[in-house]
Ligand binder design. Structure first.
Ligand SMILES: [Zn+2]
Length: 446
């Protein structure tokens, strides 16, 4: 009889810094190593690249993996399901402590290697292994990994299924059920249903938006919203600026298409815009227009904005960073009058992103919107759909997988607790086969 342990390392008390360890007797597979950026941003002058892991653990910014010292076993692989920082951001700080390869999809591996290049404190030489959605990889004699295509809000997302002698363990963190995506294939429903029939011992699943009723709309709905606003605004002679997530390539492609349709030249501006663009461009299934203007460093950005001002704001559609009001990002700099781009009465600012509800973001966004309004800007918020499953999506997945045990993750206790209530509606019993874990706890499944 093989003993299976699930160790909640990070992301079970909060949204962010995800890390779960799955122990199959003495073989351990780590799922995700994420960072929680709001814990870093509240301090001024911190340079994460130069910081030590233990200081970041102390700040609550990265998972406290020192608990792994008490676990009897060896880490044999680190697996990441997608490239968001709350899933890969702690790799530069923690991965060197394990002699194990890092396995992820090609887009995610590119983002991980970019991160490793900018790390200044630690030398990370873990082997990087690219595994495509739909493929399997043998981690050890008894453990096989399979990547199953899902959709979220960054290219190339997967679920990770670990096949063990006791049945499969599905790591479903993060996802949405999108049957009409803009990029990559829809979620591999057939495979998930088959997996459910084969028998899933445990499903570890995100719970961020379980309290939102109904279904999260498809990314095609977001595309319609973007198209409707950008091509539907009558004032063709005003300035227009869009802000969205730099990592949300599908959304950026929709905005670029809308820009072209409305006769404006799309321009990508910002350090992270440039960074994700470089990675996306390497993937042959992502097509950007050849004449797309991209400016990533400050000098280039200001030069481009100057050019826009002299040629006419109405001819361009800048797609910029700063949707959460982050100080130093492009849109807050524009609002502060710290760039050559001047917003004036009647200009439009479109937020193709929701506010990530932390007090810090809310304060920054309030200040950003107020400054823009004071200049007479017209503001369009909520031109967006989420990348996370809502309650009925969770219901659908839970039924599809039919796991013996369910472990909600990636949320505060109110979110994981709400997920447990949903599971109870399907017949699960709290503490028996739906489990609420806190950071630092391990449960053993039989
Ligand atoms: Zn994510």
């Amino acid at each position: 009889m093989v003993e299976i342990g699930i160790i909640a390392v990070g992301g079970y008390n909060e949204v962010g810094r995800n890390m779960t360890a799955i122990r199959i007797d003495k073989e351990i597979v780590i799922m995700d190593m994420g960072i929680r950026l709001d814990r870093v941003q509240i301090h001024e002058d911190v340079e994460i690249e130069r910081m030590h892991s233990l200081d970041l653990i102390q700040m609550g910014a990265i998972p406290d993996d020192t608990i792994m010292n008490q676990i009897d076993g060896n880490v044999i692989a680190i697996v990441c399901t997608h490239g968001h920082l709350d899933h890969i951001g702690a790799i530069p700080k923690l991965a060197h402590r394990y002699r194990a390869p890092i396995i992820a999809t090609p887009f995610t591996i590119e983002l991980i290697s970019q991160q490793l290049k900018s790390e200044r404190k630690f030398r990370i030489d873990n082997l990087l292994i690219r595994l495509n959605a739909g493929e399997t990889y043998r981690i050890s004699e008894r453990i096989e990994l399979e990547f199953i295509r899902v959709q979220h809000s960054i290219p190339d997302c997967v679920f990770a299924a670990l096949r063990t002698p006791e049945g499969a363990i599905l790591y479903a963190n993060d996802f949405k059920i999108d049957r009409y995506p803009i990029l990559n294939d829809p979620l591999d429903e057939n495979r998930l249903r088959r997996l459910g029939k084969e028998g899933v011992l445990a499903m570890i699943v995100e719970s961020t938006r379980v309290d939102v009723n109904g279904k999260t709309p498809s990314e095609t709905v977001a595309k319609d919203l973007v198209m409707d606003v950008i091509t539907g605004i009558g004032d063709a002679d005003t300035g227009m600026v869009v802000t969205t997530f730099s990592s949300h390539t599908a959304r950026i492609l929709s905005i670029i298409e809308a820009a072209k349709k409305s006769g404006r030249k799309p321009v990508l501006l910002g350090r992270s815009m440039g960074r994700y663009f470089e990675v996306a461009r390497k993937m042959d299934y992502i097509k950007f227009p050849d004449d797309l203007i991209v400016a990533a460093d400050r000098r280039q950005i200001d030069k481009t904005l100057k050019q826009i001002m002299s040629e006419g704001k109405e001819k361009f559609l800048p797609i910029v960073t700063g949707h959460q009001g982050e100080p130093g990002a492009i849109l807050p700099r524009i609002a502060d009058g710290n760039t050559p781009y001047e917003v004036e009465k009647g200009d439009k600012v479109i937020f193709s992103a929701a506010v990530i509800p932390t007090p810090l973001n809310e304060a920054n966004r309030y200040s950003l919107e107020t400054k823009l309004r004071m200049k007479g800007t017209r503001i369009y918020t909520g031109i967006h759909v989420s990348g996370h499953a809502a309650r009925e999506d969770h219901w659908e997945l839970m039924k599809m997988i039919n796991a013996t045990h369910v472990i909600p993750a990636h949320g505060s206790l109110s979110m994981t607790g709400s997920y447990a209530e949903l599971a109870e509606e399907l017949g699960y019993v709290l503490g028996e086969d739906v489990h609420l874990l806190r950071n630092g706890q391990e449960i053993t499944l039989r």
